[in-house]
Structure formats: C-alpha cells, structure tokens
Design a protein around this ligand. Structure first.
Ligand code: GLU
Ligand code: MG
Length: 436
C-alpha cells in the first residue's frame, strides 16, 4: 500500500509545546485557506498533559491558521517525510485571538518598528541532552565526544539546513550527554519560528535513531542546566546596524542601550515567560554559568544580559559582530512568548528613554547592596511562583499582554505548579525531563 504524506498543523502553546491536528497532505491547500478548528481550552493542557483549570471550559472555538512560510519537512531514509506547519490562533471571523503567543510576538515587533524605528535580528542558541551519545568521561568540547553520537550530528545539520534554519555550530557541551546547536540570526518573527522548528527537528532526528533529545532546563538537580540563550542586535528600518557605537561607553549605541535598560528593568518579571518552569530556577543558581542578577555583564556568561565579544583585529567589522545575549531563558519557554517579552520590555526602555546601563566586569554578588541598588541590579526571582507574582503585578506586563493572554498564561502556569505539588525535587526534575 502506498503511504500518504501526513501534515500536522501545530500551535506552540504556553509551555512551548507543539500541539495540533494532522491531515493528509493533499488537504494542505484547503487547510492553508480555512485553517483547522480547535477548542481554546487546548491551550490549557499543562506541559504534563492534565488540564487543571481553564477560563473557557468546553466552550468556544478558534482556528489554527497555518503560515505556509513555516512548513517543515524532514526526510530520512526512504520513509515518508515528517511534515508540520506552525499556526496562529484566530477567531472564526479571521481576527487574531488575543491569547495567541505567535500573534503577540508579531505585535511586539510591529510596535518596535512603528514606534521606535527598530528592527530586531535574533537567534536562539539551544542546549539539550541526547540520550544516544555513548557516555564517555571528559567529553566536553572533545572531538571524540562527536564520534560517540554516531550519525546524529550530520543528519541533524542536514535536516536543519533543508528547513532553511541555517545551522551555524554543533558541539558537545559541558554536561554529560549535553550538546549545543546554534543557527544564524533571522529578522523579526522568523527567529522564533526557527527556534520552534529547530527543537522539533532535533527531537525528530533523535527519535529516528531510537533515542531522545531532551531540552528540560535541568536534567539532574545540582548540575549545570540546559539554557536557551537569545542573541540579538538592533537595526534601523533601512537595516543598518545600530547596536554598536565606538564613541559611547561600552560601545553601545544609544537606542540599543535604552532597549537593554528596558530589558534589565523588567527582567525580574519577564523571567516568568522566558524561564517558565519550576526547574528553571534550579538552573539559574550561582556558579552554573547561568544568570542570577539583572545585570549587563561584559563577556560574562553568568550575566542576565551578556555583552558579547567583538574581535578587533584588522578586517573585523565591529558593527556587524555586535550583539547582546539574553541568558535568563530556557526551552520550557515558548519562543514567541520569550521574544515578545524581550521586545516589549526593550521597547519600554526606548519609550521611557532609560539611561544606558554600564556593563559589569565582575560578579554582581561582589558589589555592595548599595552599589547594586544604585545601578538597578536586582537578584532574579528564585522560584516560579515568585516570578509569576512579579509578572502578574507588573503594570507594564499587563499593558503588553492584555487581560486574555495574562489570565490564560497565569492559569496555565499555576496549573503546572498544582500538578507538581507534593513531589520531591528529583521527581519534579523527572517530570520535566519527560515533558521536554
Ligand atoms: N549551560 C549553561 C546554561 O544553563 C550555559 C553554558 C554556556 O555558557 O554555554 O545557560
Ligand atoms: Mg552553551
């Protein structure tokens, strides 16, 4: 019997999971036009599968409207390809649904461009664990650490390239069976689309080899975690880079610096969207190469925002290299919510013409309380409930998110907390490694 291709229309939900419905590929033309129906409460499926609470119950209807630009087709051996396409959630009359994460990120990017004349270029850098890598002592960054993965890296890079994701690097990271994959930056929403596709392609190739790729922020309590760092730079609407200005302190362009100031100001609240799991706060502990303060750190991999290095020997273009890295993010986050939060917070900094922050050159923990307060550096939340309280009480976050998205997100996340109630820290880590 000839096998028909199959396509899934998926929405990236509040837990960053891809959920949707499938259909035979010959229906794709129709589905691109009419979308596919789904209950709003499907967005309330927690990352562990249960629906604990929902604002809508069994009522209402939305459409998943696929964006043809986002279609992914993964072909391995002579099996039918795996195909999926990313959708926005819209009302039956075609208007965007206020709870849709992808539409929210798009609105943020539009506001940034219209109000501030700024376009964002960004790339999500992912760390994950691959169960198919033979365990070997001392394999971090090791050439032999690549050999123990079999064909996984080459098949992965090929599938990423075929999906237009422009892979840039792949390496054995520091943790056991931990790897990192990066791709080239893309403009606007395409960068979050790439992140969504990349995670699923990594998972798919791992499954193909009979193994599992896990993006959970933490695999083992007490050990280094899996980050998803967002690299970004700013351009004007003519696509000229504006992040770098050699004449200014730390060589940060004025508008870019205001954007950074806005991100730092709201970091204690937006981590609820960018580091949104219980174990995200196990990852963001001191000495884990992961942030604990809302600081801009010069080439500091434990800063909330890192000022990335710029090579200065002849022939290097500092303007083209200059980028910043938001490190308080992991793959429990929807890339759309993470990008949206970053952009709304940054735009707030430009709107309010905030003072451009000076970069720290040492651990903020070593500064006195007074110095930290004077520089606006605060300790990031140390638990998901703390982060959610910051988000829900932030007037700025309320204005960007609107009631529908804020309520839906908080209900979703507080449901996640309920599912984990009473479990030991190891059991919680185990739930997340299963889910991500
Ligand atoms: N694994 C670290 C994290 O959780 C990052 C290590 C690195 O700098 O690449 O963010
Ligand atoms: Mg890394």
């Amino acid at each position: 019997m000839k096998q028909a291709d199959f396509v899934m229309i998926c929405v990236n939900d509040y837990g960053g999971q891809m959920r949707g419905k499938g259909f035979p590929a010959w229906e794709l033309g129709t589905r691109l036009h009419i979308g596919m129906g789904i209950a709003p409460t499907s967005m309330m499926i927690t990352t562990f599968g249960d629906i604990i609470d929902t604002p809508w119950g069994p009522r209402g209807e939305l459409l998943m409207m696929p964006d043809p630009e986002t279609e992914v087709s993964i072909t391995l051996d002579d099996r039918p390809p795996e195909r999926f396409v990313i959708a926005d959630l819209i009302h039956l009359d075609g208007t965007p649904w206020a709870g849709c994460p992808r539409s929210w990120a798009r609105r943020a990017l539009e506001a940034l461009e219209q109000e501030a004349g700024v376009v964002l270029k960004s790339a999500f850098e992912h760390e994950f664990h691959y169960s198919g890598a033979e365990q070997r002592l001392g394999d971090a960054y090791l050439l032999d650490g690549m050999r123990v993965c079999g064909d996984f890296p080459t098949a992965l890079l090929q599938a990423l390239a075929e999906s237009g994701i422009e892979p840039e690097s792949f390496m054995p990271e520091y943790g056991p069976q931990q790897f990192e994959v990066t791709c080239k930056p893309a403009l606007g929403l395409a960068s979050a689309d790439r992140a969504v596709k990349l995670r699923e392609i990594v998972r798919s190739i791992a499954r193909h080899y009979g193994h599992k790729a896990t993006f959970s922020p933490v695999m083992v309590n007490g050990a280094v975690g899996n980050g998803t760092h967002i690299h970004f730079s700013l351009q004007d609407t003519g696509h000229n880079p504006i992040s770098y200005d050699a004449t200014r302190p730390d060589a940060i362009g004025e508008k870019a610096g205001q954007f950074l100031a806005g991100v730092l100001r709201d970091m204690p609240a937006i981590v609820a969207l960018t580091a949104p799991s219980v174990v995200s706060y196990e990852r963001m502990k001191p000495d884990r190469w992961s942030p604990t303060y809302s600081n801009l750190g010069d080439k500091d991999r434990e800063a909330g925002l890192r000022l990335c290095p710029i090579a200065t020997f002849p022939g290097c273009d500092p303007e083209a290299q200059c980028n910043f890295e938001y490190r308080a993010c992991d793959a429990a986050a929807s890339p759309y919510l993470a990008l949206g939060a970053l952009v709304w917070a940054g735009l707030g900094g430009i709107r309010d013409k905030l003072l451009v922050p000076r970069a720290t050159t040492d651990d903020p923990e070593k500064l006195s309380k007074g110095e930290r307060a004077q520089r606006g550096i605060v300790r990031l939340p140390q638990s998901l409930p703390e982060a959610l309280d910051n988000l829900s009480s932030s007037e700025r976050a309320k204005s960007w998110m609107g009631e529908t998205l804020m309520e839906a997100y908080l209900v979703h996340k507080r449901s996640e907390l309920k599912v984990l109630e009473g479990l030991s820290p190891d059991e919680q880590v185990d739930r997340y490694t299963q889910a991500y």
